[in-house]
Design a binder for this molecule. Structure first.
Ligand code: AMP
Length: 194
């Protein structure tokens, strides 16, 4: 694993623990010698994670659609900032550049991004780990719903298990370092499964 992608809020959220966790995550990624890949913005938790990684001497690659350059404010202090033409291009480039994907607390954009890479993994397009960093229980209800989905027969256990959950960035990186993707493809028949 060389580069870790962080998806997180373009806002700060209502509790200080979110910004603290974003800073700790950025710092740790840099300290452990990984490159941080993220959305390239200066705003919210996105700015926090990038600032912390840069302050710790890390390499930070941002990927930002040109149309969002003013709204999300392109970060000027990164090692590389890629300006792309669309959100699709942004997500594809972030996925190519990264070896693992962490969702920190965020809004619908954060969820969309982590769910997309997780579903790509589920389809066998890549074998990279994805995880939710559950700061202050932020993702508790979502995790409960994912378990519900699995119990109700819409997600297989092996696919549910692909999404890592950790309470600290240290634990998340450890889970990523020990991760092996499931060997079973999603599209097996019921007979093969039993
Ligand atoms: P949010 O979690 O909503 O604060 O947004 C975090 C990041 O996700 C920002 O960089 C947004 O540009 C991005 N984002 C917002 N909506 C979408 C979407 N529909 N698809 C992909 N990324 C998005």
């Amino acid at each position: 694993m060389r580069a870790i992608c962080v998806f997180c809020g373009s806002s700060y959220g209502s509790r200080e623990i979110y910004a603290d966790a974003a800073a700790r995550t950025g710092h740790l990624i840099a300290e452990q010698g990984y490159t941080l890949v993220y959305g390239g913005a200066k705003v919210g938790l996105m700015g926090k994670v990038a600032d912390a990684a840069r302050s710790a001497g890390g390499k930070v690659i941002g990927v930002l659609p040109r149309a969002l350059q003013e709204k999300e404010i392109g970060h000027e202090g990164l090692s590389e900032l890629h300006l792309v033409d669309s959100m699709h291009e942004r997500k594809a480039l972030m996925a190519d550049l990264s070896d693992g994907f962490i969702a920190l607390p965020g809004g619908v954009g954060t969820l969309e991004e982590i769910f997309e890479v997780w579903t790509w993994g589920q389809l066998g397009y890549h074998g990279k780990p994805c995880g939710f960093l559950n700061i202050g229980g932020y993702f508790d209800d979502l995790i409960a719903f994912l378990d519900h989905q699995t119990r109700e027969g819409f997600t297989r256990d092996v696919m549910r298990a692909m999404a890592q959950v950790a309470e600290t960035p240290e634990d998340m990186i450890r889970l990523f370092e020990n991760y092996s993707p499931p060997s079973a493809p999603k599209w097996i028949t019921r007979e093969e499964e039993t």
